[in-house]
Design a protein around this ligand. Structure first.
Ligand SMILES: NC(=O)C1=CN([C@@H]2O[C@H](COP(=O)(O)OP(=O)(O)OC[C@H]3O[C@@H](n4cnc5c(N)ncnc54)[C@H](OP(=O)(O)O)[C@@H]3O)[C@@H](O)[C@H]2O)[C@@H](O)CC1
Ligand SMILES: Nc1ncnc2c1ncn2[C@@H]1O[C@H](COP(=O)(O)OP(=O)(O)O)[C@@H](O)[C@H]1O
Ligand SMILES: [Mg+2]
Length: 294
């Protein structure tokens, strides 16, 4: 039996949505609305009480239409992506959030760079940086300014851009990630088959997942899962490990039903709830103790 690295506990019978975190997903652009929608829906399916997607205004209706439970905030846009003015709007949007995820579909245009520049130093909020947010970190030499609770989720191409270490050498990429974790305090998910989660002191190898997950949008789902767990109060190390485990199990459940080639981000997303249940003591069936996690 494949056991999770830690377990979520049952919800109290009198729980309300405010107990399970208010998370913000920032990203998307015209042509890549699906990416941030995937992250946002995955956060809902992992148990977040309130999920909001902040997207360029031009994408709002598209993103909102994927799932009625996702709220949306329109940000200033230009040519289909965030305008520079959006970076000031982000400051208001993050006021009450318990965690945020940034990067899927965001592009590396000026407005997105300005947003990521603000977010790197927002140490009061746990943050996940993925996709183009990682490309912005590497291009603008922003990794030195990372502070607070941060999870980075690079695939080998993104990791090469951040560390300069070739995607062809996995062992060297993992070693470089450990060094980066020590320099920044961030937890780094080195994606792959299997994914490896690296902390400044430790390393953990995932036991779930399959090559069917090598399909567009599957990483965007992971961003939402980890952001959700951070928003529910898990540490960066626990949220990254449990998030990667749930994500891989969702891929395994979906592949069993649809085959590996037949697996798309949609089938993966559909299995996130069932995979999350396997991380809860007794499969999440019986209500009992607090929301706390461990
Ligand atoms: N529906 C939507 O809206 C979707 C939107 N999306 C959004 O698209 C944006 C671009 O993201 P992206 O990851 O597609 O492009 P990019 O960073 O250039 O990576 C490609 C490069 O990295 C390499 N590489 C990748 N994986 C590797 C691996 N496992 N192992 C080794 N190498 C690997 C790969 O190398 P090669 O092909 O040469 O082997 C290539 O050089 C981003 O914002 C994302 O959120 C997507 O999420 C899809 C769904
Ligand atoms: N061969 C594989 N075995 C297990 N997991 C995989 C495999 N290939 C890809 N994945 C997983 O799928 C996800 C792909 O992420 P990413 O490349 O960022 O996708 P996207 O940007 O298209 O959403 C990662 O979580 C990665 O670990
Ligand atoms: Mg990705």
């Amino acid at each position: 039996m494949n056991t999770p690295p830690l377990r979520l506990t049952h919800r109290q019978t009198d729980a309300h949505k405010g107990n399970f975190g208010r998370v913000l997903l920032i990203g998307g652009s015209r042509g890549m609305s699906g990416s941030i929608a995937l992250s946002s829906i995955a956060a809902l399916k992992t148990g977040s009480g309130l999920v909001t997607a902040m997207v360029p205004s031009v994408c709002l209706e598209t993103v909102a239409s994927f799932h009625p439970g996702v709220m949306t905030i329109p940000a200033s846009d230009e040519d289909g992506h965030f305008a520079v003015a959006a970076s000031a709007e982000v400051i208001d949007a993050v006021q009450d959030v318990s965690a945020l995820g940034c990067g899927p579909g965001i592009t590396t245009q000026k407005g997105s760079v300005a947003i990521v520049e603000h977010l790197v130093s927002m140490s009061h909020v746990p943050r996940v940086f993925d996709a183009d947010a990682l490309n912005i970190l590497s291009r603008s030499n922003l990794t030195k300014r990372l502070t607070g609770d941060i999870v980075l989720t690079p695939h080998p191409g993104e990791l090469e851009r951040i560390t300069g270490v070739s995607r062809k050498s996995r062992a060297s990429q993992i070693a470089a990630s450990q060094k980066l974790a020590q320099q920044t305090g961030a937890i780094i998910v080195v994606k792959g088959g299997p994914s490896v989660v690296v902390s400044p002191q430790d390393k953990w190898v995932n036991t779930t997942g399959n090559p069917g997950m090598a399909t567009a949008g599957s990483g965007d789902v992971l961003t939402g899962i980890i952001t959700s767990l951070l928003g529910q109060g898990l540490s960066t190390w626990n949220a990254a490990r449990l998030g990667v485990w749930i994500h891989g199990l969702a891929g395994d459940l979906a592949a069993r039903k649809h085959s590996q080639p037949g697996l798309t981000c949609v089938e993966l997303l559909e299995s996130v709830g069932a995979a999350t249940a396997k991380a809860i003591a007794d499969g999440g069936a019986e209500p009992s103790s607090p929301t706390a996690l461990e």
